[in-house]
Design a protein around this ligand. Sequence first.
Ligand SMILES: *[C@@H]1O[C@H](CO)[C@@H](O)[C@H](O)[C@H]1NC(C)=O
Length: 472
Amino acid sequence: MLPLRRRQRRRLRWGLGVPGAAVLLACVAACALAERASAGRASALSAHFGTKSRYEDVARPRPGPGPAGPCAPLQLVALVRHGTRYPTAKQVGRLRALHGLLLRAGPPGPGLAGALARWPLAYEDWMDGQLVDKGRRDMRRLAARLAARFPLLLGRAGLARVRLVSSSKPRCVDSAVAFARGLWAHLHPGLPEPEPADMEFGPPEINDKLMRFFDHCEKFLTEVEKNDSALYQVEAFKNGPEMQKIIKKVAAILQVPPSDLNADLIQVAFFSCSFDLAIRDIQSPWCDVFDTEDAQVLEYLNDLKQYWKRGHGYAINSRSSCSLFQDIFHHLDEAVEQRQRSQPISSPVIFHFGHAETLLPLLSLMGYFKDKEPLTAYNYKEQMNRQFRSGHIVPYASNLIFVLYHCEHAETPARAYQVQLLLNEEPLPFVHSPETVAVYQELKDHYKDVLQSCHSDRECVLPNINITSDEL
Ligand SMILES: *[C@@H]1O[C@H](CO)[C@@H](O)[C@H](O)[C@H]1NC(C)=O
């Protein structure tokens, strides 16, 4: 706890003397480097951990140029994925099965197989996806960097108007609280941290309809989530030549018959390396089992699943996020109207805490990371340079921020409102233009269809439910 505080304080002190942007860059680079140095060999693999990636391994926080001219940020609407977390109970079950397999193979000998058998299972069922200490630090650091970046909106005076919205999952609520505490600590350097209840913010508002829209979309649940054949590309890739090669190789290393292994066990063995690195900051011998080529194949397996379940694979994946998209624009509209009437902005800062499954559909709905060809079991090689790389899009603590600016002296009143999108703290060019700043009205025009005619409740209705009379 203490070193973190000290670092934040130091960061703040730097901030007083030197222009903010330079400081932010220097600190971010230094912090990322320090963390990367401890990674050792695992760092060669860590670009391929997909949704299990550490933020500092893949994100490149960069202060982008905001809108030209005298512009001030008016509102932040942010979506944040929870920080680093424990494996889910299902993954813990697979880790245990893998460990059991090694122990049954005989007493641990020398070499890698022995090292793996002796490597203790550090995860238990009760941990089931909970936020870990590193996840809390992910959130605190993100809060501190954003406060340094947006001092006008995230200053002490504005704290009371920061709104926190969260999915009901404990890892998200805990992320929201850690973020709020980090923000408070950054703005009150040197002061003992009060209990969250005594800070300016209220508790996070729970809103699963917004943050877990996928649980509320009947069409998505039926056609994708509960439909075994929806992920047939994933199943085909698991049984394809790329995976079979890895299964044989790993079986030889573990000294077990290949028939004892399957793609799911291989994947969890690979995750084992990423979990130990992300959660405990240690390098597990599991990292020595895989080389970069294996890691690329396993990254593709992870991306393939995200693509068909959360991304462009099926239209309903992204259409189910319409209500969230519209909610964001509703906030932006409200801020614009209030500013036009010279009223105070009622919600200048809104942070939503959700999941990779919240962010991926929304980014897909907005048209991002769409490759010309779909990702399939059969085009692994052609997709080597794909845009859809979940590790770069949704690592732990990933975030998408809509920044609404108001600019003085605009040519027309409508042009006074401009927007910038930040993905993982880096300006994200728009789908409709290579720029990283857009006139708000032009952005709305680009998304006119989604804003006007996409309504989750309508999109999510199941088509032709044929209930015949004898079924009634
Ligand atoms: C399940 O997915 C397959 C493949 O997309 C599709 O053809 C089928 O209609 C789906 N089943 C249901 C019940 O929606």
